[in-house]
Design a protein. Sequence first.
Length: 97
Amino acid sequence: MKELSLNILDITENSLKAGATLVTVLIEESESLMKISIEDDGVGMTGEVLSSVENPFYTTRKTRKVGMGIPLFRFAAEHSRNPLCYNGDLTSVEQIA
């Protein structure tokens, strides 16, 4: 759970650095499901970014050549036996059991 929390903070920080002015993190939990939604009011992801978002050696940043946020989030989610899914409008990342 600590790893998921740190990855959520990393993703929200990246949203703010990319120009988002509002980031919403919603965590819904029941006996068999934990759903984490992260949404921002940024410009979204292009097709190129979306197709590369899970590649740890892809980033749009100019300060470094790796982008570990979403790959680490996926690892932490799958380690807790949950898949990572993206919704259709490319504005949020969700972990769904």
